[in-house]
Design a binder for this molecule. Structure first.
Ligand code: SF4
Length: 420
């Protein structure tokens, strides 16, 4: 079990939008950012609904212009998750967003640095008890000409670290900026220090976690397309989270932000940092034994499970009966494909043997029935009732399915196969 680092706790939201706690003993929350224009009210509302349905705890919106902060007056009453305004360059946007009822402000010390302006935002947030994220980004920590000078000045601080100069600048910038907040006795702060370099992300958050007790927002900025951004994000975030560092996170992809939410949640599920919502899908990678279109089936099953199953039912989709039973052990509902057919088990008991074209519907039917039994107390998740003994994968057995279907394989006893 992961021991979480102790941090201060802040609360974001209200009765209509729900209250999300970040830090302390609160579960690690998942956030994302809308990809469309905030001033396009209907589309923005629709996107926020979609992200909330995917499981986002908070949604951030960009407010580069006054028309974006004005749109917040119409957006916020229509949505059901707390909204964060992402403010860059113009402190007035922060004041306007606060006026419009936003639940949290994100400031970037790299582009709003005037002390008086920052104090105005702090005072407005303090009056409405709104938290602020101080988000330092490697790419915008200081002006470029200043960066060279400060790299020389501060590089010695972490001289044994490959990114020492950048870490030093990011931490120094945070310290300087946070002093403005402390001057006003303002501590409802979340901090972040993102970079595109995953190793710098690990190093800088490790260092920050020793220096500040504010909750940490983890992220790799501009991680790229989902195909490569997943590894770029999950490696550093997973590394930090397993060490108890991190209270909220955003995964950033050049893709639909729904993927950011799904992958952020999955990361927390596999680390045991959040209770799973919805089904857990296990699937085999396929090999030369495969006799159905498993990749297509897995994608269809994934989509349908997300739409129809609320409980964390473990579902296994396996390409054959050779390794499948062992690998699907512990699954509540499992399908083992064979020669254009599939055998379906519910908690180890065979319930169906259907042609390939019926696998999806029958599997979902069994998942729905099983979910109903769990909800009515007739079954329990993770309770396997029949041992599935896999056949010997070596020798004349091959994929084994035809022999199993014909009842010739003794080792599957007592699970002899018959048409359902
Ligand atoms: S379950 Fe069967 S088809 Fe899938 S990878 Fe394992 S042996 Fe190959």
């Amino acid at each position: 079990m992961i021991q979480r680092r102790k941090t201060r706790q802040i609360t974001i939201g209200d009765d209509q939008h729900g209250c999300v706690k970040i830090g302390g003993d609160a579960p690690v929350s998942v956030q994302t950012m809308t990809a469309g224009y905030t001033y396009d009210v209907d589309r923005c509302v629709a996107e926020i609904h979609k992200l909330a349905a995917a499981g986002a705890d908070l949604v951030r919106v960009a407010v580069p212009e006054r028309k974006d902060t004005q749109a917040l007056h119409h957006i916020i009453p229509q949505v059901s998750v707390p909204i964060v305004a992402d403010v860059h360059f113009h402190y007035e946007r922060a004041l306007e967003a606060i006026e419009a009822g936003v639940h949290k402000i994100r400031l970037n010390p790299g582009n709003i640095s005037d002390r008086q302006q920052v104090l105005k935002v702090i005072d407005a947030c303090k009056e409405r008890r709104l938290p602020i994220r101080v988000g330092v980004n490697e790419g915008s920590i200081v002006e470029r000409k200043d960066k060279q000078k400060r790299m020389k000045e501060l590089g010695a601080v972490f001289s044994d670290n490959k990114h020492g100069h950048l870490m030093a600048i990011m931490i120094a910038k945070l310290e300087e900026y946070l002093d403005i907040f402390y001057e006003r006795d303002f501590y409802d702060i979340v901090i972040s220090a993102k970079s595109i370099d995953p190793m710098l992300v690990i190093d800088v958050y490790s260092e920050i976690s020793k220096r500040f007790d504010h909750p940490l927002h983890l992220g790799v900025t501009h991680a790229g397309p989902k195909e490569t951004g997943t590894i770029r994000s999950v490696v550093p975030l997973g590394s930090l989270l397993t060490r108890g560092i991190g209270d909220t996170l955003r995964i950033s992809y050049a893709n639909d932000p729904v993927y950011e939410v799904e992958d952020g949640l999955e990361l927390l599920y596999v680390l045991g940092l959040r209770e799973r919502r919805g089904a857990e899908l296990i699937a085999c990678p396929t090999c030369g034994r495969i006799q159905v279109d498993l990749f297509k089936l897995v994608q269809e099953v994934r989509k349908k499970l997300a739409e129809e199953i609320e409980l964390p039912i473990k579902v296994a989709v396996m390409g054959c009966v050779v390794n499948g039973p062992g690998e699907a052990e512990g699954a509540d509902v499992a399908i083992f494909a064979g020669d254009k057919r599939g055998i379906i088990y519910v908690q180890g008991e065979r319930v169906a043997n259907v042609p390939e074209e019926e696998i999806l519907d029958r599997l979902l039917h069994e998942c729905r029935v099983f979910q109903g039994r769990v909800q009515s107390g007739q079954a329990k998740l993770g309770q396997k009732v029949v041992e599935i003994i896999p056949p010997d994968p070596i020798g004349e057995l091959g994929s084994g399915f035809d022999k199993i279907a014909a009842g010739k394989v003794e080792k599957l006893t007592p699970l002899t196969i018959s048409q359902s």
